[in-house]
Design a protein around this ligand. Structure first.
Ligand code: LLP
Length: 420
């Protein structure tokens, strides 16, 4: 199902006209389709049926409570990378025993919080972290279920900044180190080594890369006693623009089925982007249209602080006008009001004639959109709205300037020339 379609010439999210929401909450805002989120999750689950794989939603892609709650209610567990994300999962009603804690720099406080809350597993990413977990579980006298994140030395990911599985990347551990830590864990009364994890990158289209990583993971698992779970990571790619292919989900499912036949361990995957990206758009209003030499620049009210992917990863998101038109389309650049020339949301997109106040929707913005937003240039964090058929709800409201400033104070400098 495509949740974003034109009805009577106006772009709708399911049955709701985007302009209706824009009138209510103002622009810019993120808008998510609950039906699309459900469809994506069920599609993935059905594709993997028979492989016994559990889906741990990578909460970093979109950690809005309503999104986590919706996916959790369909049976998703969670892959988290901070205590903050554990807080969010618990607040959204997820079962703590379905939460897996990944991430390369977990602090002492975060590990304590994870153990006290009895989450399913901590994925260990360094020897230092292993020692820290060991010390903490002795101090708390609590058992720590751990998996070791394997670095398979596979170069994956659509962009240098999102490839994580190469030997020189900061993530994971080599096989030899895992073997040592595994036997230390087996000897310890409180550490339970339950499995292995691997995650090679994001926006992956080539199943062969997964196959190589999983083969190496199985080889390692075969040398260890008692591997009960294999966490196969996320990274499933989507098609952001014409000419880009999404991952072949059936091929990926066949690969999981093959892994299933080669191990008795339970399988889990950690998809983020594939589940939520296409279920969300960023809706923005046109501020003005100007000509810069040969370029037509559409200045809008959303900016790189609201959606940083085009600036940070050269990501190409589609831009859909709210009003459908048969008029000729013009090559355009869509840019925000932030004072940086990198504040461009889309290069070379085809758009109709536009007037101030017209709405545009930036597509596939449900993943790594709102979560990566900031208050740069004194801008307010962008609100989020969820639509379900003909109903909609604001699932994060736009803060006021006073709220944005509430954590800051001006020190009392009376009688001093400087703060220090
Ligand atoms: N598991 C681990 C351990 C991860 O580090 C990630 C993503 C995932 C799962 C989920 O990957 P996904 O299925 O979403 O590809 N901000 C970037 C993406 C960064 C991904 C970081 N790790 C972007 O906007 O493209």
């Amino acid at each position: 199902m495509n949740a974003f379609t034109y009805r009577n010439g106006r772009l709708h999210v399911e049955e709701v006209d985007l302009a209706t929401i824009a009138r209510e909450v103002g622009t810019p805002f993120y808008c998510y389709s609950a039906t699309a989120l459900r469809d994506r999750f069920l599609h993935l689950r059905d594709a993997m049926a028979g492989t016994g794989t559990s889906v741990l939603y990578a909460v970093k892609a979109n950690s809005n409570l309503a999104v986590i709650h919706l996916l959790g209610s369909l049976g998703a567990g969670a892959d988290v990378v901070s205590a903050g994300e554990i807080h969010r999962c618990l607040a959204a009603g997820l079962d703590r025993r379905t939460i897996v804690f990944s991430g390369v720099g977990k602090s002492r406080e975060e590990i304590v919080f994870a153990l006290e809350n009895g989450i399913r597993q901590i994925n260990v990413e360094s020897e230092g972290e292993f020692d820290r977990i060991l010390e903490i579980c002795v101090g708390l006298n609590k058992e720590a279920p751990v998996a070791f994140r394997f670095n398979p030395d596979v170069d994956a990911g659509g962009h240098e900044k999102i490839s994580t599985g190469r030997q020189t990347d900061k993530f994971g551990l080599p096989a030899a180190t895992i073997r040592q830590l595994w036997s230390r864990a087996l000897d310890h009364p409180l550490i339970q080594p339950i499995g292995l994890a691997v995650h090679i990158g994001s926006q992956i289209h080539d199943i062969g890369l997964y196959r190589t990583a999983f083969d190496r993971l199985l080889d390692l698992a075969g040398t260890l006693d008692g591997v009960a779970t294999l966490d196969l990571g996320g990274g499933l790619g989507i098609a952001y623009h014409d000419g880009e292919e999404a991952i072949d989900l059936d091929g990926y499912a066949r690969l999981l089925a093959d892994i299933r036949c080669r191990t008795d361990a339970e399988l889990a995957i950690e998809p983020g982007r594939w589940l939520v990206a296409s279920a969300g758009v960023l809706v923005t209003g046109v501020n003005t249209v100007k000509q810069a030499g040969p370029k037509r620049i559409v200045i809008v009210d959303a900016a790189m602080n609201d959606l940083v992917r085009p600036t940070l990863y050269d990501a190409r998101h589609p831009v859909w006008p709210h009003l459908e038109t048969a008029a000729p389309l013009l090559e355009s650049v869509v840019a925000g009001p932030v004072c940086e020339s990198g504040d461009v949301l889309a290069h070379d997109v085809l758009l109709p004639d536009l007037e101030d106040g017209d709405l545009l929707a930036i597509g596939h913005a449900g993943a790594y959109g709102a979560v990566m937003a900031s208050g740069y240039n004194g801008r307010l964090l962008v609100p989020e709205v969820m639509v379900d058929q003909d109903r909609h709800a604001v699932v994060r409201r736009r803060p006021g300037h006073d709220e944005m400033m509430a954590l800051e104070t001006v020190p009392d400098l009376q009688g001093h020339d400087s703060v220090f």
